[in-house]
Design a protein around this ligand. Structure first.
Ligand SMILES: Cc1cc2nc3c(=O)[nH]c(=O)nc-3n(C[C@H](O)[C@H](O)[C@H](O)COP(=O)(O)OP(=O)(O)OC[C@H]3O[C@@H](n4cnc5c(N)ncnc54)[C@H](O)[C@@H]3O)c2cc1C
Length: 384
């Protein structure tokens, strides 16, 4: 761990995939006095998820642009950072059961293709050829993009942090932010468990804990934590490498390879908001019932273990990225609601540009935190 300095040009709060990407991109742009504060270990929050999906299949143009740029960054990551991030370009396969879902995905597909994501519609038979576990009689069509896949978020966060450090950033772990000092509408200092850092710029990348960090500065960040679980099956009797990241859009049940077995996941509508991150088997009957509806063989597999983390939800299930209009130089990149890994590389670039007063590669204003008060939500259909 680096020592806490008394002064910093920029303080980034949170050492997950977003905070480390931001610190790296600032360092790469020549900003030398960046300090990243993480109260736990790097990737100790949601970014500790063992495997994360990366996809360009969104319905909103801004989400597609952020994802497309991030997919390119992930494709180049191993070479650029000399780090194995376990990237598997297996594609995402959305199974569609109703004519309404097929039409809405067709509309999204046209936009994705225009923005460089090669999504196409598959028949049930073609989907079954790509993913032998799915029951072709259970759905009408499937959307598939070969440029999607999955990788290891912790490996990415670690590589970003290492490269940020090489470029002069200080990475201070085990150091909790306890207060933000704001004077005359400007951030002037960050108070921590290890002392005070004077600074004029703070970036909140505290994931599910961002509401509390915003409150310290008097900025409303409408983010709430929601537990999400994943389960790992025992090894498959007959290996099935290269399964796409397959999602039953109707139920949100999803699966893909994880080591010799399969990772299973699903949104639990009964889950109440809160910071509980304990894994429990109580959801397995619901998971098995959903599996039985689209991939019956998977419903029978024994579950070896599981992992629980937090989705960082916003009211429209889309990220908050921007700078507060009320508190000078308080910026934020949070509330990704389950797609933070997908968008972290591009958002790191965007936040770098906001800090440096440059024009980002795309207009990020639809993701401003004030949009809820203005009744201007982001309308994204492909949330899982
Ligand atoms: C089960 C599950 C499945 C998911 N699947 C996917 C997926 O397939 N694809 C995808 O793109 N995304 C997925 N996500 C979401 C993704 O993991 C998150 O969007 C992403 O990790 C958020 O990163 P972050 O850096 O914003 O937050 P985090 O990784 O949570 O980092 C925030 C950090 O801030 C630190 N912090 C908090 N308060 C303080 C403080 N006061 N002082 C100092 N540090 C503080 C925390 O310790 C934490 O390390 C999934 C999430 C879960 C739970």
């Amino acid at each position: 761990m680096d020592a806490l300095p008394t002064h910093a040009g920029v303080v980034v709060v949170g050492g997950g995939i977003l905070g480390t990407s931001i610190a790296f991109h600032l360092g790469e742009a020549g900003v030398r006095d960046v300090v990243l504060l993480e109260r736990d270990a790097l990737a100790g929050g949601s970014s500790g998820k063992p495997i994360g999906g990366v996809r360009g299949q969104f319905s909103d143009a801004l989400n597609i642009r952020l994802a497309a740029r991030s997919l390119t960054a992930y494709d180049r990551f191993a070479q650029a950072f000399g780090a194995d991030i376990g990237l598997e370009k297996v594609g995402y396969l959305f199974l569609l059961r109703t004519p309404e879902h097929v039409s809405s995905f067709e509309a999204g597909m046209a936009l994705q293709q225009e923005l460089g994501i090669p999504t196409r519609l598959l028949s049930p038979g073609e989907a079954h050829d790509r993913c032998p576990f799915v029951d072709p009689d259970a759905f009408l069509a499937a959307a598939f993009s070969p440029s999607d896949g999955h990788a290891h978020p912790t490996a990415v966060a670690t590589a970003y942090a290492r490269s940020a450090r090489r470029r002069g950033a200080r990475i201070v772990t085990g150091c909790a932010v306890s207060d933000l000092e704001v004077r005359g509408g400007e951030v002037v200092a960050v108070h921590t468990s290890h002392g005070v850092v004077r600074t004029s710029t703070v970036v909140c990348a505290a994931g599910p804990w961002s509401r509390g960090i915003g409150e310290m500065a008097g900025v409303a960040l409408d983010v709430h934590p929601l537990r999400r679980q994943i389960a790992f099956t025992e090894p498959l009797a007959t290996p099935a490498p290269g399964l796409p990241f397959t999602i039953d859009y109707d139920s949100t049940f999803y699966f893909h390879n994880a080591a010799d077995g399969v990772l299973l996941g699903m949104s639990d509508q009964a889950q109440a908001p809160g910071f509980d991150r304990d894994y429990t088997d109580a959801w397995l009957p619901m998971l098995r019932a959903a599996a039985a509806r689209c991939a019956p063989e998977l419903a029978e597999l024994r579950v070896r273990d599981g992992w629980a983390g937090l989705y960082e939800m916003t009211p429209d299930a889309n990220a908050l990225v921007g700078e507060s209009p009320e508190v000078g130089r308080f910026l934020y990149a949070t509330g990704f609601s389950g797609h933070g890994f997908c968008q972290a590389p591009a958002v790191g670039e965007v936040v770098r540009d906001l800090v440096l007063g440059r024009e980002p590669f795309t207009d990020i204003s639809p993701l401003r935190a004030e949009r809820f008060a203005e009744n201007a939500p982001v309308l994204e259909a492909n949330i899982v």
